[in-house]
Design a binder for this molecule. Sequence first.
Ligand code: 5GP
Length: 116
Amino acid sequence: MADSSIFSKIRAGEIPGDILRETERVFVLRDIAPQAPVHLLVIPKSEQYRNVVELAAGDPSLLAEMVRVAGELAAEHAAPGDFRLVFNTGPDAGQTVFHVHAHVLAGALTEGSLAN
Ligand code: 5GP
């Protein structure tokens, strides 16, 4: 079996990380290298899907839950609750972790940000 992703290792407590929230199916991690004042990652607990295209095809309700949680986080962490939701998809688009995750970015974005 393949090794767990870095995100699963953090969730399991094998390596440190700042987990802000868990629902039944997703968890929220503060990005270690923030590219905006608010930079959170919404991650399914399952590693079944490598990217958002696979996720949308395989489990649209899980994708919808990720979007709902992203909206809740933005309402809590960003005034007035506006945010960007980024799914890097494929290495040429900057994806480095192949366990699907949504970047929730809010506030003034820094130069070279994922979202620009
Ligand atoms: P991707 O490049 O795959 O879209 O996003 C991966 C994200 O995971 C990056 O923004 C990166 O900063 C973040 N990341 C990578 N390793 C760690 C880690 O060990 N801890 C945390 N909290 N975030 C990480």
